[in-house]
Design a binder for this molecule. Structure first.
Ligand SMILES: C[S@@+](CC[C@H](N)C(=O)[O-])C[C@H]1O[C@@H](n2cnc3c(N)ncnc32)[C@H](O)[C@@H]1O
Length: 292
């Protein structure tokens, strides 16, 4: 992959950018990968082989897309920036297993795209160097929609990757952690320096691997209610669980009922949200939900 014919080298990237007089849009999180070793690592961790399909978000000029085209059966890539479509048609012209969709991933019907492009029995992996300004909405959309994908391997901001893979009592642990870990097993597989991007971002990056679970690790009566209660429990991190819940349930459940419910499930209301594990949140959410 060190061969200069590939897109992910500084020289080839500059050539392509010059040819199209392409100027980066910071507002679209455009930081392109120019390091073939990092790409090799992404592909190695992503579980991609010729039996698998790949969904990419934000192909840019095609550095990762090209490697996915080489290693996977088929690639479908969503790119919002119309200026990149002719560039991609050029850089990926040699590959007949790539489809570019010029759409905003947050608006796209990803389930329909998967159904239209990949056989039902084929494993499909999401692989992306994500636009960092919308990392959380993209991942939560893909997870909440419960798409038929086997895994997600994504380059994201290091702090966000740590948050998604954290455990209780860690300063990074929060409602995002639980949302991600409810659907997937999360692990940070590699930290990545700024120097591998053009232009260099202001933040450090990590590759995060999320493997979809067959079923959630806890039983929840109502998922929407569960996630809303978790969010409320972290609303003010320094506040006790009881105080956060009192603000959240104001006007619907009174203080006495809140105390009784906490007591009934054996959770001390003076604890902070960050000390509860997912099972405790599930028990708590189910108990409040059953109050009706
Ligand atoms: C960090 S760059 C990655 C580019 C390329 N994959 C690489 O690694 O060199 C993020 C890409 O996402 C695209 N993008 C930004 N917002 C998007 C959105 N809402 N939907 C789809 N693509 C988006 C940008 O135009 C850009 O090409």
């Amino acid at each position: 992959m060190t061969n200069n014919k590939y897109i992910a080298t500084p020289t080839r990237t500059k050539e392509i950018l010059n040819k199209y007089k392409f100027t980066f849009k910071k507002s679209l999180g455009q930081n392109f990968l120019i390091d073939s070793n990092v790409l090799e690592n992404i592909i190695a961790h992503a579980g991609i082989d010729k039996q698998a399909g790949a969904i990419e978000i934000g192909p840019g000029i095609g550095a990762l897309t090209e490697q996915l085209a080489i290693h996977a059966d088929k690639v479908v890539a969503f790119e919002i920036d119309q200026r990149l479509i002719p560039v991609l048609q050029d850089t990926l012209g040699d590959y007949d297993n790539v489809q570019i969709v010029n759409e905003d991933i947050l608006e796209a019907d990803v389930a329909e795209t998967i159904a239209a492009n990949f056989p039902k029995t084929q494993p499909v992996h999401v692989v992306a160097n994500l636009p960092y300004y919308i990392t959380t909405p993209i991942l939560l959309k893909l997870l909440h929609e419960d798409l038929p994908v086997t895994s997600l391997t994504v380059m994201i901001q290091k702090e966000v990757a740590e948050r998604m893979a954290a455990g209780p009592n860690n300063k990074s642990y929060g409602s995002l952690t639980i949302a991600v870990q409810y659907y997937t097993e999360a692990a940070v597989v590699m930290d990545v320096p700024k120097q591998v991007f053009m232009p260099q971002p202001n933040v450090d990056s990590s590759i995060l691997r999320l493997v979809k679970r067959d079923k959630p690790p806890v039983e929840v009566d109502n998922e929407k209610y569960f996630f809303a209660l978790i969010k409320a429990s972290f609303a003010q991190r320094r506040k006790t669980l009881r105080n956060n819940l009192t603000s959240y349930f104001k006007g619907t459940i009174d203080k006495d009922a809140i105390n009784q419910t906490l007591e009934s499930v054996g959770i001390d209301g003076t604890r902070r949200g960050e000390s509860l594990d997912m099972q405790e949140f599930a028990t708590l959410a189910n108990a409040f939900y059953r109050l009706g």
